[in-house]
Design a protein around this ligand. Sequence first.
Ligand SMILES: [Zn+2]
Length: 266
Amino acid sequence: MGIATGSAAAQSCVPRDFLQEPLPTNPVLPLWKEAISLAYPNLTIQHGEEILIVHRGQTIVAESPTARPANVMIAAPTVGDQFSIPYPLSRNLDLRLAPFHDPGRARNARFLDLLYGASPGEVEPDLQMVNAGSVRFRVTRRHSVSCQLFSALADLNLGDDAIAPLFSEVGGGYNWRRITGTDRLSPHSYGIAFDVNASLGGYWRWTGATEGAVGAYQNNIPWQMVEALERRGFIWGGKWHHFDGMHFEYRPDLILYSRLIEGDGK
Ligand SMILES: [Zn+2]
């Protein structure tokens, strides 16, 4: 197992455990800003009249949550809106039955552009192939995404009968494209997402459901796998109302935010 290109990254890869690492006992408010700061230590956050995020010579304004309804907000969320539906760190799939309960599906494009690049020409130089046996996913090395994925796959027993079929045919990692049925960029465009076996994962559009009226989700993804990925900073689309059960996406700020609001500081 290793990272094919830039293998030095694999050897020096010290993964973070986002479910266990200690949190500040007196976190800075607002907690969504603290979560961003903890998740992406390479960012500079300036706190004045407004919150500014500086990275690689560029600056964006991180606007606060807007409290718009989720079905409106998802079209153009602010940086703060990304945290408006906390991502549940539990095995409870009942929360997703509420219409538009899609924790992590709201993404601020300028924030992700800043973190990972705003065009294929900016994203692609930082892509790395992460190999685990016959499994290969191309993801970005920025903000340690390839390191964290490499570590998650190393934590899993890919030969296990419950796990192996998910990787026997995979949907893939980096792919510069729009989300089906929308004009919004897919997180696959930034090299932060990967899909396992589509036929086992399930996708809400394939059920014939209309938006905001998606029913039950038949989960085929073992919880041990979901939790191994959450530990390394990847959220799972199976927890969304608009479920995308094959889909995992690097959003460690959401995982840390959920712990911060639960008062999980140690
Ligand atoms: Zn996906």
